[in-house]
Design a protein. Sequence first.
Length: 459
Amino acid sequence: MTISVFDMFKVGIGPSSSHTVGPMRAAHTFAYALEQDGLLAETSHVHVELFGSLGATGHGHGSVKAVVLGLEGETPELVDPAVAQPTMDRVEATRSLRLLGKHTLAFHLDDDVVLHRNKRLDFHSNAMTFEATADDGRRLASRTYYSVGGGFVLDETEAGGPQIVPDSTPVRYPFTTGAELLAHTRATGLPISSIMMANELAWRSEDDVRAGLLHIWSVMQECVRKGCGIDGVLPGGLKVRRRAAALHRKLLTADAEAETDSLHAMEWVTLYALAVNEENAAGGRVVTAPTNGAAGIVPAVLHYYDRFVRGASPDGIVRFLLTAAAIGVLFKENASISGAEVGCQGEVGSACSMAAAGLAEILGGTPEQVENAAEIGIEHNLGLTCDPVGGLVQIPCIERNAVASLKAITAARMALHGDGTHHVSLDKAIKTMRETGADMKDKYKETARGGLALNVVEC
């Protein structure tokens, strides 16, 4: 399967790409298929079941809301976060749903969206089934979908096998491993960003790629701006206090004294990550990078580049995102970016690796140094569990993004002090991440049944 840079960076709403973006996309796909098959008007009832991690933490991760919005016709890329709660309030109050916004049917949230906390399907923990029936009880359609991380959704065909139609578009420099990617850079003399750009030209013009990536950057910037301006408490019951706005005010005051604090820039990086992930936890608009749970890392490191690196430019932003996406492809192809599949090493670990690589390239690193930065970024996140307290993307997720952002910057700078030669290749580190995830107990994979989620009392 050929993966584009825009597969790695998608616009959606929080709090989770696996639990929010994926289910919304699956629900919309199911409803749209009913319309395409001429079954929309005949549908009198829709029943949804969520399994595995979706069932265990679906309420805290906003999965029920995402399913409702998707059935109503919303898509992750275009939905207005401000309509989410009013839509849920209407559906709950009227006990009805407007399928694709066109066809009204009876719908009771407690009965028609079932969360199986202790049951999972074989293929992947994040499974959903949708069933549509007619007034006389006839089953009109039934479909199973799997939300496999980063907003990617697999569809199970009637033959019973999970399937996604692969994009077979031929690209100029195909690669699925770090070794293959480096081989292309050595054969051509091109940096990793140019290899990725050349491949993107199989789908769209260079101007369109640049415009699209700068739009992604603008969404990241808006997310940071919004996160820096909102005080209060995050939704969900844990009463987690938003810290970004207060920190922003403090840093603006401290800017005049910045020259006396050698770590002043790092305080800003922490702010950027906190701002994004507080917005994500509140259900705001974010960029999956490569997931919502890790959405703050790439934006934080990009903001660091934009604010603190002399000579920062829009071209540097584009090159950063292209390089980061190339590394993200390697994780998607050879391991996983799903916390429900491999733990948080697949989310925060992958994002840290991607951000480290992007920064290393635009700071002048060779492809070998960039690969080294990516390897450092993931190596020191191996074994990271996904244990969200209360099933919410708040503790430890928000702070974890801030710490990983600083780690990505450190990884990039460490790699630039070397010559690119190192003992552990990125491919081996990714393989280790996949194997570690396979060995990890399910209670540490986004189920909120282990680690901090078990030992921290919800208040």
